[in-house]
Each structure stands twice: as structure tokens, then as C-alpha cells.
Design a protein around this ligand. Structure first.
Ligand SMILES: [Zn+2]
Length: 252
């Protein structure tokens, strides 16, 4: 378990993350996991000591192989939990996981799969308030067409997607006629399953630049909107994270 202090890219609103499957032995048994807490975000959102410990326990849970419980569950493994410590259902979950007979060594070796889990503060993907904040934070907002989409879904270092788009409209800021950006993180730290967009997909994207001068989709990929269909002459865009639908003017 390591604490870090970061406030850009994938870390923008990440309270913590766990990399489950950092190392494996020859038989495919997991021998290591990495857990990280983000001091900057925990401080910004005023997590007290008990709540920070709850986040730490939550990340350890991921390290042990637990996934998220549902949002409303009374569990340290709730997706945005800060108030609960270990509860009965968590104990049951761990017992169940570790009392299930191990698979054969050969199966384990081939099924051992590292997983990266990024946890966020509650509330920046829920509707217009979140969008307004993303719009304000973005240095560039553009609309255009995807001309190339490359996945780097190889944990832990390349777990992101690089998108290149041809720009039709600048809504905020200036770039060249095309722009290349990473989505779902950066080369250094990223998130699983960032979306690979088909060629010619029309999108609106809200970008910021990292210290190396490379663009990334702000808020952990939340600044991306995919064209869905027209309604009453309006182009409608679906937010990749909360799946709400926005008209183009709402994204300027
Ligand atoms: Zn989590």
C-alpha cells in the first residue's frame, strides 16, 4: 500500500486504486498486488482518518480479489464507499473466495489475469452539474470524427486508448486540424476498458494537457460524448460514463 499525491489525468478524482495481480509465480498463483491512496483527493474532499482507513481497506479488498458491491450496500466494498468499514457481507465475501477450491495449476496459470481498479469520489458523473465542472476544467473542447483508435490494454503500464480525431469545430481552446489524445489514463497509470471507438465515430471531447504536453480526456475519460442520433434537428450525444444524452449546445 502506497500513498501518492496527484491531481491530474487518471488521478483527477481517484481516491485510490488497486492493481490486483502485480506478480504471479510459475504456477500462476498471485503473489503480489499494489494498492494506492491519493492524498490530494482525500484531503480535498475532507476524508477524516476513519474514512481514509476505510478507503485503504477497500483497496486491500480489491488486492485480495474482491470486486465492488452495489452502490447502496452496507459494505466496505461499495463503489464510492467512505463511511463503512468491514461489514458482515465483506467477511462472507472473502470467506467464500478463499474457501473455493483452487483450480488446477494449469488452469490457474492461463486464467490468472491482472486487474486494475480505480476508485473515485462520488458525484462527478451524475448529470449536468458534473458536465458543467468538466466543461470549466477543460482547456480544449472540440467536435469531430475519429480517424484512428488504438488500444493499449496491457496492464499495468499501457492500460489506455489513444484516439486521433479530425476536428470539425472548436468550442473552446485551439488545436491543429487533428488532435491525438489518450483516454482512460496515460502511459503511466490508467484504467481498464477504455473505449475503442470505430473509425468515423463523431464525438465531442473535453481535453486537458499533461505535463508532457499530451492531451488526455479529462476526469478519467468522463469528458467524452459520442454522437447517437438526431432528434428535432438536434444532434444528440451520449456521455460515455453516465449515459445521459446531451444536445450539442449543452457541451459548448
Ligand atoms: Zn473499488
Amino acid at each position: 500500500m502506497t500513498t501518492v499525491s496527484k491531481k491530474t489525468g487518471i488521478w483527477t478524482n481517484a481516491t485510490g486504486m488497486a492493481y490486483n495481480g502485480k506478480s504471479f509465480d510459475k504456477q500462476g498463483n498471485q503473489t503480489g498486488a499494489g494498492m494506492y491512496l491519493n492524498r490530494t483527493v482525500l484531503k480535498k474532499y475532507k476524508y477524516n482518518k476513519a474514512q481514509r482507513i476505510n478507503v485503504a481497506i477497500h483497496e486491500l479488498g480489491h488486492g485480495m480479489g474482491l470486486g465492488h458491491n452495489t452502490a447502496k450496500s452496507v459494505s466496505v466494498m461499495g463503489p464510492t464507499n467512505r463511511k463503512y468499514t468491514i461489514r458482515n457481507c465483506d467477511v462472507r465475501g472473502v470467506k467464500k473466495a478463499y474457501s473455493t477450491p483452487a483450480k488446477t495449476r494449469a488452469t490457474l496459470a492461463s486464467s490468472a489475469k491482472p486487474e486494475l481498479e480505480v476508485d473515485h469520489i462520488k458525484d462527478y458523473s451524475n448529470g449536468i452539474t458534473g458536465i458543467q465542472n468538466i466543461k470549466r476544467t477543460a482547456s480544449v473542447i472540440v467536435e469531430g470524427e475519429i480517424i484512428k483508435s488504438v488500444s493499449h490494454h496491457k496492464a499495468p503500464k499501457n492500460y489506455y486508448t489513444t484516439q486521433t480525431m479530425r476536428i470539425d469545430h472548436h468550442f473552446k481552446g485551439k488545436t491543429g486540424k487533428t488532435v491525438t489524445f489518450t483516454q482512460g489514463g496515460t502511459k503511466n497509470m490508467a484504467v481498464a476498458e477504455s473505449e475503442i471507438l470505430p473509425k468515423n465515430e463523431e464525438i465531442v471531447v473535453m481535453l486537458a494537457k499533461n505535463v508532457n504536453g499530451n492531451y488526455y480526456v479529462i476526469n478519467d475519460g468522463q469528458g467524452m460524448f459520442v454522437d447517437t442520433h438526431k432528434n428535432n434537428g438536434h444532434e444528440l450525444f451520449e456521455h460515455v460514463s453516465d449515459h445521459n444524452i446531451y444536445t450539442e449546445d449543452m457541451l459548448h
